[in-house]
Structure formats: C-alpha cells, structure tokens
Design a protein around this ligand. Structure first.
Ligand code: XMP
Length: 485
C-alpha cells in the first residue's frame, strides 16, 4: 500500500467481506435462542428487529412506519410534506394501538349520529363516549358504537340510541389489561371503560387493541403501549417549528436528515433543539462515514448516529461528488470512534442493504440497526401505486437528492437553493413490485438470525464482539449491485 498521506487507507464494501463461520452452540436459528433486539437511539425504547425503514418519500409514510413498527422494527416518516401533514402522519401511527385509551373520543349529549360518525372518522375509533355538559370533566352518561348508529338516522340524537351509563360495565382504575379482557368476555362487550373512585372516566380498554398485541407480539411499543415512530427533520429555520410540531405529536425519535452530517448545521440545530428549545425527544444525526465524523456527531449531543455516505441504491454522491466510504468500513469507523464510550450512542448502518446477508454483515461491523430504503420501496406499504413496465409491475423509488425530489422540496418551500443551481446526487428509478413488506422483513431477519447463528452470537452485542470477516478479492463494486429480495 502507498505511504502517500493523501491516501488514508482502503475501504471495504458489503461484497468485499464474508462472515467467517465460528464454533457455535446455537442449536437452531429458529429456536428462539437468538435475541435480535436493539437500540435505535439513546433514550428510546428498544426494538425487537434491528430494521429501520428509511425517511425517503418513496419508502416511509405512516403506512410503512406503522407496519414496520408492528413487525418489531422502526420507521422514520420522511419530511417531504408540510409540517402539519408530517405531524398528522406521526399521530396516525401513535393512534393505531395502545394498552388503554387515555383520550377517548368524547362527544356532548346534544350531538347527533352524524356528528358522532364524523368524530369517529377523524379519530379512527369504534365508539364515542357521551357526556352531559358544556365541558367534559370525566363524567359520562353513555357510550355508542357504529352498531348503535344503525338504529337511527343521521339526525337522531345520540342519547336516543346510546347505552346509558347505568347499563355500562366498567372496571376500576388500576385494572390490568388481562383482567379487563376477562371482564369484556364476561359482559360480552368489546369496550371496557376504566373509572376512578369518583366515577369519572380515566380510560377505555378495547378488544381491538388487545387483539393487536396478540397478533403482533413483537411490536415496537412506547411506555403506553403505542407504536414507536420516528420523523425526519432538515436544517432550515422552519425545521425548528417542524420539530416542535412533531414533538407535540409525540414522535419518539427525530432524525436529522443531512447527507453530510459533519457540517456546522448539525451542531447548530442540535444546540437549538436540545439546549434552547429543551426538547427531550431523542435526536439521531448523520450521515457520517469516518471516525472523526462519528465523534463529531456524538460530541454535538446526538442520541444516535446514521452512518453511510453514498452506499444507497439510488445514491449518486459517489458519481457526482466523488465522495464516499465503502459501507462496511464506514460502520467499522463509527464503532471504532465509540469503542471506549460507556454509554455508546447507537449506530444505524444506513444504505446499501440489497440482500439479507448484508444485514448480518452491517451488524457484525458494529451497527446496532440498519436502515433500508430501496428494498422496501416496491412493497404495498410504500407510498405510490405500482405501474406496469415491460410486462412487470413496478414501483418508483427515488433519491431524496434527485431532481424530481428537489422540485418537490422547492414547491414546499423547504430549500433556499435555485433549480438552476441544483446538481442532483440521486436518481429516480423503478423497482419490482414485491407485495407485502412483511415478506421482505422476514427474509432480512431470517438472514440476520442465520448470520448470528454462524457467528455464535445470541445478541447484537455478542455479534459485535464475536463476528469476524474475511476479505474477498475482486468483489463487485458496491453501488450498482442489484436488489435481491
Ligand atoms: P438504500 O440502499 O436502502 O439506501 O436504498 C437508503 C439510503 O440512501 C440514502 N439516500 C441518498 N443518498 N443521494 C444520496 O447520495 C440521494 O438522493 C439519496 N436518497 C437517499 C439515504 O441515506 C437512505 O436512507
């Protein structure tokens, strides 16, 4: 190797390495011996599957974020929409399920069936609680569901068709979910209001929520049993307001979306949000690819780091700017940067995942989780509809630094650059339609379990510690490798 100081070393991409089989005591990767739970960001609850869907507008809106979180991963809602829309998307994910509904849909006794239907559409719930007064103080006089609505016309007052308070079964405050479910079975109802000693409503258990917990036992949940969700922010002045709106919507993690995370912007915006605005929500920052870059982001106060400059399927940074670090080396750089930290911030390996084996390699290199863009873009849950091309169904995927994505940012007023000056560093293409994202997640997770089993690793931490690579000579260049699930 040259000793010229301009050359700092050699880099390894996914195909440049293979995991070396190790003597393993794991009997089967499906035996439940392997625990893939991982940290997404300092201060955020852990997830069961270390897979994050990327904040790209052809990948993650509320649908993808909801599904990935139900499956046990984490989704980051993209920022190529107004701040109000993005906050609404966060709310939709948070509203999907909860252990107990602390803010049930409440309506006054003068309302009609039409009013109730309107409220239920807005809140996506299957019942309304009716109170009798100008303002709600927890006292209620009845409950009504869409089945009750069928007994009247849109103009019928709710009080005519509701189940009145004296016929509503309730459980006392402090009742656990399992007990509430028993009570629902016993009374043959699907909703169980929880009341305090003073008879006021403190929450509502529903059978629907309970069923979600059974159907998705690994769902990523916050302390109130609601799905976890992240949202991307940028570095414009308006992003402070956007961040506050997202925090108000109870987003779990903010993700600072900058292609080159070593810019002054990272420090400025983290200072604004954490010190001046006093936001407690964890903030992930990036992207970086070097040891210094990883240290910089950590020292700016980030709660997680996103690693990857140029490995993405629709990235053109390496072609346009000539900049990048092969992804295995980039992840190893971040791991090296934090090797002596007692409370190491989690590392996200962002970009370049084309096949299941890449997940195991990224984790082995030191990533806690991986972020997936293009592989998820062709699924039912990604935004947009499939189109027919050359006799095949396909869905669009585009780089967030592509020309078409830039036009969208211009229209939203979220950039100060002129169209004439803009040089894209991402492309737009079409990827085969793949059906449900759960199928892709299953393959990626299966590959990870297998890689962990070969490495004798029962946890992500053991994978970091024990996995070893061997370098493969003459591998295919990273950028144009095909997507393979
Ligand atoms: P994959 O390979 O999963 O990578 O599609 C997703 C990641 O790619 C990054 N990304 C871009 N990088 N120009 C780039 O250089 C772009 O236009 C672009 N769009 C997305 C991003 O980090 C994403 O998570």
């Amino acid at each position: 190797m040259t000793t010229n100081p301009k050359i700092i070393g050699e880099g390894l991409a996914f195909d440049d390495v293979l995991l070396v089989p190790q003597r393993s005591s794991i009997r089967s990767r499906f035996s439940g011996e392997i625990d893939t739970s991982a940290r997404v960001a300092r201060g955020a609850p852990p997830v069961h599957i270390p897979i994050i869907s990327a904040n790209m507008d052809t990948v993650t809106d509320w649908r993808m974020a909801t599904t990935i979180s139900l499956l046990g991963g984490f989704g980051v809602i993209h920022r190529f929409m107004s701040m109000g829309e993005q906050a609404t998307e966060v709310r939709k994910v948070k509203e999907r399920m909860r252990v107990v509904e602390g803010h049930p849909p409440i309506i006054t006794s003068t309302a009609t069936i039409r009013d109730a239907r309107h409220l239920l559409r807005q809140r996506e719930r299957g019942y309304v609680i009716i109170h009798d007064g100008s303002s709600y103080d927890g006292s209620f006089i009845g409950i009504a569901t869409p089945r009750d609505f069928e007994a009247g016309t849109p103009d019928t007052p709710l009080t005519a068709i509701m189940t009145p308070r004296d016929r509503i079964a309730t459980v006392p405050a402090g009742t656990e979910l399992d007990e509430a479910v028993k009570a629902m079975h016993q009374h043959r109802v699907e909703k169980m209001p929880v009341v305090g000693d003073d008879g006021r409503l403190v929450g509502v258990y529903t059978m629907k929520d309970f069923k979600y917990y059974h159907q998705y036992p690994h769902a990523s949940l916050d302390s109130r049993g609601r799905l976890l969700v992240g949202a991307a922010i940028g570095v414009q002045e308006g992003d402070i307001e956007r961040s506050l709106a997202l925090v108000e919507a109870e987003v779990d993690v903010l993700v600072l979306d900058i292609a080159h995370g070593e810019l002054d912007y990272t420090q400025e915006i983290l200072h604004r949000l954490k010190v001046i605005e006093r936001i407690n929500t964890p903030i992930i920052a990036g992207n970086v690819a070097t040891i210094d870059g990883a240290k910089y982001v950590r020292d700016c106060g980030a709660d997680g780091v996103k690693v990857g400059v140029g490995p993405g399927y629709v990235c053109e940074t390496r072609d346009v700017a000539g900049v990048g670090v092969p992804q295995i080396t980039a992840i190893m750089n971040a791991a090296e940067a934090y090797k002596n930290d007692s409370d190491r911030i989690p590392i996200i390996g962002d970009g370049g995942i084309r096949k299941p084996g890449d997940v195991a390699k990224a984790i082995a290199a030191g990533a806690d989780t991986i972020m997936v863009g293009s592989l998820f873009a062709g699924t039912d849950e990604s935004p947009g509809e499939p189109v027919e091309q050359d006799g095949m169904l396909k869905k669009m995927v585009r780089g967030m630094a592509s020309a078409t994505a830039f036009e969208k940012r211009l229209a939203l007023g979220s950039t100060t650059t002129n169209l004439e000056d803009y040089v894209p560093e991402g492309r737009t293409t079409f990827t085969p339609y793949k059906g449900k994202v759960s199928k892709v997640v299953k393959k990626l997770r299966g590959g990870l379990l297998s890689g962990m089993s070969y490495s004798n690793a029962r946890t992500i931490a053991e994978m970091h510690e024990r996995a070893q690579f061997i370098i493969v000579k003459n591998a295919v260049p990273e950028q144009r490798r095909p997507l393979q699930t």
